[in-house]
Structure formats: C-alpha cells, structure tokens
Write a protein that binds this ligand. Structure first.
Ligand code: GLU
Length: 443
C-alpha cells in the first residue's frame, strides 16, 4: 500500500499554528513512509472561500518546505459529488428532509428538556411519496441526510486515540447537502479520500465524531476506509483553544524572525513523548515520526519555547542558508563570528552595523581615558594579520596591570559601543585596524 495523506484546509481564512501542525504531521508521515502528501483545497463553500487564501495557504506551506506531491480542489469536483450522491440515493443511503431550522431546533429542545440526547427522529423517512410531492409543490426544497445503518457498529483503531467505538443509534443522520444544493464537508471529503487513494487521514480530534459517520459513508460507497489519526488540539498558555493561537500564522512568525526550521522542530514533537530538539534539518524528525508517540492530552504551544528553539537553530544555520537575508558586505566569516549572538537572522544587521560603524560609545570613566589612549597607540603598532585582540590585550595587561573586566570592558565599550556581544577576538579583525584605532582614540 502506498501511503497517501492529505492536508485539507478550507480557504476561508489564513492558516493558524494548529493548521500548520496538522499539515506538518501529514507531510512527516508521508515522508516517513515514502508516500504522497496532497494539498486538498476544501472550497465547496463558494461564498466564503477566497482565492487569496488559497494563495496564502500555498505560500505558507512553501515557506515551511512542505511541498505537496499534488493539489486538488473540491470546487473542480462537483460533477463527481453529484454522481456519487446519485449512487447513494439509489442505494437508499441518503434521503430528503424538509424540516426548517426552527423546527429542528424545537425538536432538539424538546428532547433536551426531557433529558434525552438530541438525536434527529428521522421523521422525514416516514414521509410518503404523496407527502413529499405536496411539500415540493408548496415550494419546500429538501436538504439531504445520510442514513446511518443502525445495525452496523462503528469501530476503528485510531492511530493516536486507540480503539474507538460509536453506536449509530445515538447519532443523528448527518446532513450532507443543504436545500440550496450546496455541500457540507462530510460527504465530498469521503468521496475525495476514496478517489485520491488516501490511506491515512490525519486531523484534529474535533473531527472524531465526523469520522464515525464518515466510516459508514466509505462502506456505503463500497470503499475500504483509510486509517485515522486524530490528534489532541494545541492550546495556548492561557488554556484551551485560545483566541491568540487562532490568529498566529506564518506572517506573524516571519515578522518576529522565526525560522521555518524552528517551527517544524517544535510542532513535530509537541505533544509527543520525544524531547523538542533544535533540528535544522527535518531528516531526524521524519525518521522518528510515529503517531504512537503522541499523547491524548492537549499540547501546549509556548511562544517563548519557540523563540529559544529559534535561537538555537539560527546558531547552526550555514552562511548559504541565510546569505540572501544578510546586509551587503557581510560574508561567511562575519556570519560565523556574529551567529552565536543572534536570536534571529535579522539581528545580524545590528551587529554588522557595529562592525561597520559608526558606533556611539559611552563616554569612558576618567581613569579609563589614558588606558584607551594607550590602547589606540598599541593598536597602531601590533601585527593585525594574526590575532590582534590577543596582541592588544597582552601588551595592555603587561603595561597597566589591568586584568579581567577592568582590562576588557573599556575596550569592548570603546570598540563596539556595547557591553556585551560576540567574542572580541573574532570581532576585532572584522572591525579592522583603522576603525579600531579611530574608535579607541575617539572616546
Ligand atoms: N476542511 C476540513 C477542515 O478544515 C478538513 C478536515 C479533514 O481533514 O478531513 O476541518
């Protein structure tokens, strides 16, 4: 069996971090098993779907490096849904229902009031041909329900949740098509999964009860259902389904300097029993990806953890991966000197500005002035081709008896304008002789 997964967003908005995680897991699983990863645009809702969201979904996946092996669109498949819908009518597995939303609401309230589960009573199934004709002559357009088989138990072994069991008698026959002819998500998704050879459906646990009804749709359409993995949802620091989490997407992460590798490293492992590690390459994440390692408890997404992971990944990125985003003139050697001090690639520009100058150094303490004047003189005399920082500080130490902080800090402040930063031994050659002398003499 070829593994085929699909990520099936509705293009009614941008992808948030929970969606990105679902996409990633579909991709990781397909890669792990040498299979295919499809992007399926669930755009049956023509009024709410927008092309700009389709574009941004593609761009977000590309930014993460999750390149689909194929793309499908539900709006291109209406004929196919119509044909399979006709098959289900012929087989007596879908039926027209004429209740208004208000009538259904009232029925639900009555049942709830009696302490009963609000399951649809199948009144529409009891209508005679004459009843239906009369309703249609009156201009009532039916919506359509899928008739669950009450005698067939619903069971599956979920890859995350383990054995699942539902009793169809306790469930309403789901509406699959609205009175205006538009499709609800349930049935087109099953038709697609069959036609596209989807072997594994990986999605959030909010779809578990959909799966129960969809399993019967697979059988009604003569297909063997795929395997299912329903993942616990992400929560924010503040708790379940936070509003903030729902608005965090690629645009935000890019803006704050998060690397795609950091998001992948975090989202691949969050909610599993494996530690989150700063992998700059997805190979080990692919290799170790296994639904059995996921827990059933919600996974907590922590932006501070992401920022830390990002810094650790930036520290590993080779020059080629970042060159296009570095300021002009910053070469591989400079990148390696500055990289350990960064939490984002963009911050390299700040350190490059320190190298290139001008820097604004604080006025030195009175007792440091002669020291810095000596430093300028020594800087003019030493050999700059080897290790100028060592040469400079060794000479100053011998002359002044200063050591440690008293020796190094005034130099760092005068040379960089800051009291912290990259290793001076590596930074000083980038600053170079002329600028160093000028900065030491200026203060
Ligand atoms: N369009 C559905 C959603 O975004 C797809 C669910 C599924 O993966 O089947 O929830």
């Amino acid at each position: 069996m070829t593994v085929t997964t699909r990520f099936a967003p509705s293009p009614t908005g941008g992808l948030h971090v929970g969606n990105l995680r679902t996409a990633l897991h579909n991709w990781l699983f397909a890669r792990r098993h040498g299979g295919r990863f499809l992007l399926r645009i669930d755009d049956t809702d023509l009024a709410r779907s927008e092309e700009r969201h389709v574009d941004s979904i593609r761009a977000d996946l590309a930014w993460l490096g999750l390149i689909p092996d194929g793309e499908e669109r539900q709006s291109a498949r209406f004929d196919r849904y119509e044909a399979r819908f006709a098959d289900l009518i012929a087989a007596g597995r879908v039926y027209p229902a004429y209740e208004t939303a208000e009538e259904l609401d009232l029925k639900r309230k009555v049942l709830l009031g009696r302490g009963l589960p609000p399951v649809y009573d199948r009144a529409a199934l009891a209508l005679s041909d004459a009843d239906r004709t009369r309703l249609e002559v009156e201009g009532v357009q039916p919506h359509w329900r899928f008739r669950l088989d009450h005698e067939a138990g619903i069971e599956w072994d979920d890859l995350v949740r383990g054995p699942q069991r539902f009793d169809p008698k306790t469930m309403s026959d789901p509406v699959v098509r609205r009175a205006d002819g538009s499709w609800l998500y349930l049935l087109p998704s099953v038709i697609d999964d069959i036609d596209m050879g989807v072997s594994h459906v990986v999605r959030g646990e909010d779809h578990v009860s959909n799966t129960a009804t969809q399993l019967q749709m697979f059988s009604a359409l003569g297909a063997t259902p795929p395997a299912f993995a329903h993942e616990a949802l992400l929560t924010g620091n503040e708790g379940k389904l936070s509003k903030r989490l729902g608005s965090l997407g690629v645009a935000h992460f890019r803006e704050i300097g998060i690397e795609p590798q950091a998001l992948i490293a975090l989202l691949a492992r969050l909610g599993t029993s494996d530690p989150v590690e700063p992998f700059a390459d997805p190979a080990p994440l692919i290799e170790g990806f296994d639904f059995a390692r996921f827990g059933r408890a919600p996974a907590r997404f922590d932006e501070a953890e992401l920022a830390q992971l990002n810094a650790r990944i930036v520290h590993q990125l080779g020059f080629d991966r970042v060159a296009a985003r570095l300021p002009a003139g910053m070469d591989a050697a400079a990148w390696e000197v500055i990289r350990p001090n960064l939490s984002t690639v963009a911050a390299a520009a700040d350190w490059w500005a320190v190298v290139e100058g001008p820097v604004e150094s604080p006025a030195p303490a009175e007792e440091d002035r002669p020291f810095l004047a000596r430093a300028a003189a020594i800087a003019a005399a030493i050999d700059w081709s080897a290790d100028p920082w060592h040469a400079l500080t060794t000479a100053l130490k011998a002359e002044t008896d200063r050591k440690g902080r008293a020796l190094f800090l005034p130099l760092r402040l005068a040379l960089t304008g800051r009291d912290h930063g990259p290793d001076m031994a590596a930074l000083l050659p980038l600053i170079g002789k002329d600028r160093a002398i000028a900065r030491l003499s200026a203060v």
